[in-house]
Design a protein around this ligand. Structure first.
Ligand code: 4NP
Length: 153
């Protein structure tokens, strides 16, 4: 079983959207039984909360399930539990290393570094642009799935 964890700041906008998009994609490739997917926030602000309305609306629009997702905080143990730890921006990556007390780890990567864009995923909590976030996450998730499939072989 390959375990993938998406991480953002609040775990209500970007990382749950990435979790839902990636789960949908993995199921379409019939890899649901082989890849476990979760998300977490580096802050504790929205522990137990459902995703942001903007994220839920965007997922509904694309007929992607948002079932069973509730905010949780990233914890030190996650670095051992998961095989791929995917941050949305540079701040998430710094916070992940701070929480784990590690200077660097090959499991930890910024999602759009897997694409040509090599950039942060803008935070729609501040930009209000959930479509931009969806489009970038879709691109990143496609690249991530290709990477994981190539590394599963
Ligand atoms: P996220 O966005 O990290 O993509 O979930 C945010 C959600 C909530 C807050 C900030 C960013 N907040 O300040 O509560």
């Amino acid at each position: 079983m390959v375990k993938v964890l998406f991480v953002c700041l609040g775990n209500i906008c970007r990382s749950p959207m990435a979790e839902a998009i990636f789960r949908d994609m993995v199921e379409k490739y019939c890899l649901g039984g082989e890849i476990l997917i979760d998300s977490a926030g580096t802050s504790s602000w929205h522990v137990g909360a459902r995703p942001h309305k903007g994220t839920l609306r965007k997922l509904d629009e694309y007929r992607i399930s948002s079932e069973g997702m509730f905010g949780r905080q990233f914890i030190k143990k996650d670095i051992e539990e998961f095989d791929y730890i995917i941050g949305m921006d540079e701040m998430n990556i710094r916070d992940i290393y701070d929480i784990c007390g590690k200077p660097k780890h090959p499991k930890v990567m910024r999602l759009l570094d897997l694409t040509d864009k090599k950039a942060d995923v803008p935070d729609p909590y501040y930009t209000g642009d959930f479509q931009e976030t969806y489009d970038l996450l879709l691109d990143g998730c496609q690249r991530l799935l290709e990477k994981i499939k190539s590394e599963m072989e």
